[in-house]
Design a protein around this ligand. Structure first.
Ligand SMILES: Nc1ncnc2c1ncn2[C@@H]1O[C@H](COP(=O)(O)OP(=O)(O)O)[C@@H](O)[C@H]1O
Ligand SMILES: [Mg+2]
Length: 235
């Protein structure tokens, strides 16, 4: 059996603020198998983005252990972490973070160019991924010429184009109406089925959260299994 895609134990994170220490994460434990999908819910300020940044090696934990695909990513150099991210992880944000002066195709091709693929090959693979997210007819459009839902689809195609094991998404539908948000979740599930990509998605919308395989809640700095409106049970 392959290593879990995420394995973390007793992750903690505190910030030093005005001389006093603020503990945001207080011992997060999480194990996610390859191909599993997970929603993280929790009130505003509960540390969801902080946790996602740490899982994505974009920020360091104060304490605890973290393995992504069996690798202790927090112990790698910054350069090796960047390489690991490019190879194995994708990121989706609330605001698409697309490059506005580039077409959808060029935006999606970018991670492949960074990974060293030729321009021709990068554009070919990017076009296929745009087709998968339903945007074959929009490849030459710039972000300003696309709807909010379409921009998020481009952002999803960009996150998936290198066939990462793990995609981390922070409120990816926070900017969309319910109809478009639901369609994005359908798309994530389709891509999960097709590529066995694991998704970890932060959302404050419980109905959307339940579209993924598992739901956990950040509650006072620890993760607990979400049990619907009836209360919580420790993970
Ligand atoms: N760089 C930082 N320095 C100090 N405090 C921070 C920093 N980043 C986040 N925090 C604090 O950590 C807490 C959790 O923030 P965040 O992870 O953004 O929560 P969420 O995404 O759940 O809304 C908040 O109280 C926030 O003010
Ligand atoms: Mg946040």
């Amino acid at each position: 059996m392959s290593d879990p895609v995420i394995q973390c134990q007793q992750l903690s994170k505190s910030y030093q603020e005005a001389g006093s220490q603020v503990s945001v994460l207080k011992g997060v434990n999480l194990s996610l198998e390859q191909g599993e999908t997970l929603s993280i819910v929790g009130s505003s300020g509960s540390g969801k983005s902080t946790l996602l940044h740490i899982l994505g090696t974009l920020d360091g934990a104060t304490d605890g252990s973290l393995k992504i695909k069996g690798i202790e990513v927090d112990k790698l150099s910054r350069a090796k972490q960047a390489d690991f991210r490019n190879r194995h992880m994708g990121f989706i944000y609330q605001f698409h973070h697309l490059l506005m002066d580039f077409s959808a195709l060029e935006n999606v091709a970018m991670p492949l160019l960074i990974a060293g693929k030729s321009k021709v090959e990068a554009k070919q693979i990017a076009a296929q991924m745009l087709e998968k997210v339903g945007l074959a007819h929009r490849v030459d459009h710039r972000p300003s010429e696309l709807s909010g839902g379409e921009r998020q689809r481009v952002a999803i195609a960009r996150a998936l184009v290198t066939k990462p094991s793990l995609v981390l998404a922070d409120e990816p539908t926070g900017n969309l109406d319910k109809h478009n948000a639901l369609k994005i979740y359908e798309l994530l599930n389709e891509l999960n089925q097709e590529f066995d990509t694991s998704f970890v998605v932060v959302t404050h919308d419980l109905e959307l959260a339940e579209k993924l395989g598992r739901v956990v809640q950040l509650d006072d700095g620890v993760l607990v299994e979400y049990q619907g409106a009836n209360g919580v049970k420790h993970a």
